[in-house]
Design a protein around this ligand. Structure first.
Ligand SMILES: [Zn+2]
Length: 171
């Protein structure tokens, strides 16, 4: 199925699942208007795939996969870095809210969508991206200029005692 995903893309999500349809698109970051304030650059694209089907219990589901990177600002060293995105989520489609599990019964690995004749696809993807973003984005410790500097400084302050022992032995 050749289709692209943009602001106007809507699907009938239950029909999409029942017919096991699929849409796949490489979406420019510019399309995600709610993300713009968080991005240091609008250069880049995300590989997005939405597919439908029925699980072993014959329940209709949607599967969303999003891969790529978001250019964010490291809150520690204030340098831009690529935050890796690898979303792979399955949503069970329910007909009405009565079928939603009570919050205390909801499993961590189960997501739900209400059946909807005109579900905006881009909005679903953007919601998940916003949820995936860290509160304070920053480099991994070994990739951050400032964290790396701190680690090096600590190593100087607290030399490995065994290294000192080795040095004594070799005298
Ligand atoms: Zn950093």
């Amino acid at each position: 199925m050749a289709a692209s995903i943009n602001q106007g893309t809507v699907i009938n999500n239950i029909e999409f699942a029942q017919k096991a349809l699929e849409i796949h698109d490489i979406i420019p970051l510019l399309q995600f208007t709610r993300l713009q304030d968080l991005l240091v650059s609008q250069q880049g694209k995300l590989d997005c795939r939405l597919s439908g089907g029925r699980d072993a219990n014959n329940s209709a589901y949607l599967q969303l996969q999003v891969k790529g990177a978001l250019p964010l600002l490291c809150q520690r060293c204030l340098q831009p870095f690529d935050f890796g995105v690898d979303i792979d989520l399955r949503y069970k489609i329910v007909r009405d809210e009565a079928q939603l599990p009570a919050p205390e019964d909801e499993g961590d690995d189960e997501d739900f969508l209400l059946s909807q004749a005109d579900m905006p696809v881009l909005e679903l993807i953007e919601d998940e991206l916003l949820l995936a973003l860290p509160m304070a984005p920053r480099h991994a410790d070994d990739a951050c200029a400032i964290a790396g500097g701190e680690a090096a400084a600590n190593a100087l302050k607290n030399p490995n005692p065994f290294a000192r022992l080795e040095a004594l032995k070799s005298k």
